[in-house]
Design a protein around this ligand. Structure first.
Ligand code: KIV
Ligand code: ZN
Length: 515
């Protein structure tokens, strides 16, 4: 049996059916170009009879895509087939994909036809399509719920009349891997002309079995897999092709099967599709999710640092990513923090890992995940602290604010090595209140000239960074405060200024420059 598994992408047809908003022609072309670059064998570009927009997209894609086969969907209706062929006139190798329900349920309650009529529709449609191309795919819609006897009958007829790809869809994602494998095995055993066609499968994910069912079909001899990158498609979606492609690659030695896919393009393609389809990729999605190559627990991180293979079965560079990531959280160990600092270009003597790690754990408890910019900010604050013990230290604060009311701030400021002073102030606004309370302690005659609050990093849990400029005796002093709480960051910025003023006064005293 052939060892090549063909990859058939239906993002632009089954995938598009399930999107919250239709894609325009240009967006569809961009997706087709990305799929061609990925090495997809067959791109199902649309269902041309369904709308003029779909017809146009198939036409444009047929003109522009040269290295993948272009395929168009058609019901067993002559007008559908003629329109599909017309839309693909400029395609180098067009495929017409005809489908019809074959389960008793579909035949009786949806199509309301007799068995004989269904047979006739299948054979005459294939004959019609053969006038345009000799690449014909026939799908037995709802094959997962079609009796094996009937399925074998329809498949044999479809091949006899000229279909060279037979697709077995589990349209409603009903089967399990063992049941689905049995369907494919039975077709190989019971359909006499089965070897004249390639067996394809098209699995939906209603029970979360789409990838498992597709893999078991491959084991039974299927050599074309239909699906979409990221698993988009009707309801719970189609088989996520990247899962099949990577499973075949990872197990290539055991299974001996190959695809034409350039796996290094997987990540990039998934990003393009997700953006154009406005469908975010779940962070825990296999292969392409943000967390697929991130390690969180301390034990795992330690294991990965020693040898990636301890916890990684796929090298992220295989799908076009740079490298795996250690998620820094309160579960991360010192080794992971050190490793990240080194990756960011810090040398071990640039920071004190013991102190940095204590601050890291405190921040991680508040924030959850610690990003590079958090780590840099912590290292910066730590280095500042290291240089000298500050004279003023914020030991406690509490601010109470309410809508259209005053804010009450109480603070405790450590002044020198022993003294701790408490102050309480009521003012309009929490920052104003805390600034007044702090200033009542130092009694420095200061004037706040500039106050700037920005998020240091991304997301709502980024550190707040406050930069201030304060005028004191005709000189400007700069202050910086960083904290997850913006009031704390504001207070720290002012305390930072107080320390600068304190040092400046000491220097002035030393050189007798007091005013
Ligand atoms: O799920 C399905 O049965 C289909 C067919 C048109 C192949 O999408
Ligand atoms: Zn489908």
């Amino acid at each position: 049996m052939n060892n090549k598994v063909l990859i058939f992408d239906t993002t632009l047809r089954d995938g598009e059916q399930a999107l919250p908003a239709c894609l325009n022609v240009n967006e569809k072309l961009q997706i087709a170009i990305a799929l061609e670059r990925l090495g997809i064998d067959i791109i199902e570009a649309g269902f041309p009879i369904s709308s003029p927009g779909d017809f146009k997209s198939v036409q444009v894609i047929s003109k522009n895509i040269k290295n993948s086969k272009i395929c168009s969907l058609a019901r067993c209706i002559y007008k559908d087939i003629d329109t599909a062929a017309q839309a693909m006139k400029s395609a180098i190798s067009p495929r017409i994909h005809i489908f019809l329900g074959t389960s008793s349920l579909h035949i009786q309650s949806k199509l309301k036809k007799s068995f004989h009529e269904i047979t006739e529709m299948i054979t005459s449609s294939i004959k019609r399509a053969r006038k345009y191309t000799d690449d014909i795919e026939f799908s037995c819609e709802d094959a997962g719920r079609t009796s094996l006897e009937n399925l074998c009958f329809f498949v044999e007829k479809a091949i006899k009349y000229g279909a060279n790809t037979i697709n077995i869809p589990d349209t409603v994602g009903y089967t399990t891997p063992t049941q689905f494998k049995n369907i494919i095995q039975t077709l190989y055993e019971k359909v006499p002309n089965i070897h004249k066609a390639i067996l394809s499968v098209h699995c939906h994910n209603d029970l979360g079995m789409a990838a498992g069912n597709s893999m078991s079909a491959i084991e039974a001899g299927a050599r074309q897999i239909e699906g979409t990158i990221g698993g988009l498609g009707e309801r719970a979606g189609n088989t996520a092709l990247e899962e099949i492609i990577m499973a075949l690659k990872i197990h290539s030695r055991k299974m001996g099967l190959v695809t034409n896919i350039k796996t290094k393009e997987i990540y990039r393609t998934s990003k393009i599709i997700s953006q154009l389809c406005r469908m975010p990729i779940p962070i825990n999605k296999a292969i392409i999710g943000k967390n697929a190559f991130s390690h969180s627990s301390g034990i795992h991180q330690d294991g990965v640092l020693k040898n990636k293979e301890n916890y990684e079965i796929i090298d992220p560079t295989m799908i076009g990513l740079k490298k795996s990531k250690l998620n820094l959280t309160s579960r991360s160990g010192r080794a992971a923090v050190n490793h990240r600092m080194n990756e960011m270009g810090y040398q071990p003597h640039d920071y004190n890992i013991d102190k940095l790690y204590i601050d890291f754990l405190k921040l991680a408890d508040k924030k959850g995940q610690i990003f590079d910019y958090d780590l840099e900010a912590l290292a910066f604050i730590n280095n500042q602290k290291e240089k000298e013990e500050e004279y003023f230290q914020l030991k406690y604060f509490d601010v109470q604010s309410k809508l259209s009311g005053f804010s009450i701030a109480s603070v405790i400021l450590k002044c020198g090595s022993k003294k701790k002073i408490k102050e309480v102030t009521t003012k309009n606004g929490p920052v104003n209140a805390i600034y007044q309370a702090l200033n009542k302690i130092t009694l420095y005659p200061i004037k706040l000239k500039k106050f700037n609050l920005v998020a240091n990093g991304e997301g709502k849990d980024a550190l707040g960074q406050v930069n201030i400029i304060v005028k004191y005796k005709s000189r400007n002093f700069y202050g910086l405060g960083l904290a997850t709480d913006v009031i704390e960051a504001s207070a720290k910025a002012l305390v930072n200024v107080f320390n600068h003023i304190f040092k400046a006064n000491q220097i002035d005293k030393k050189f007798d420059r007091g005013s």
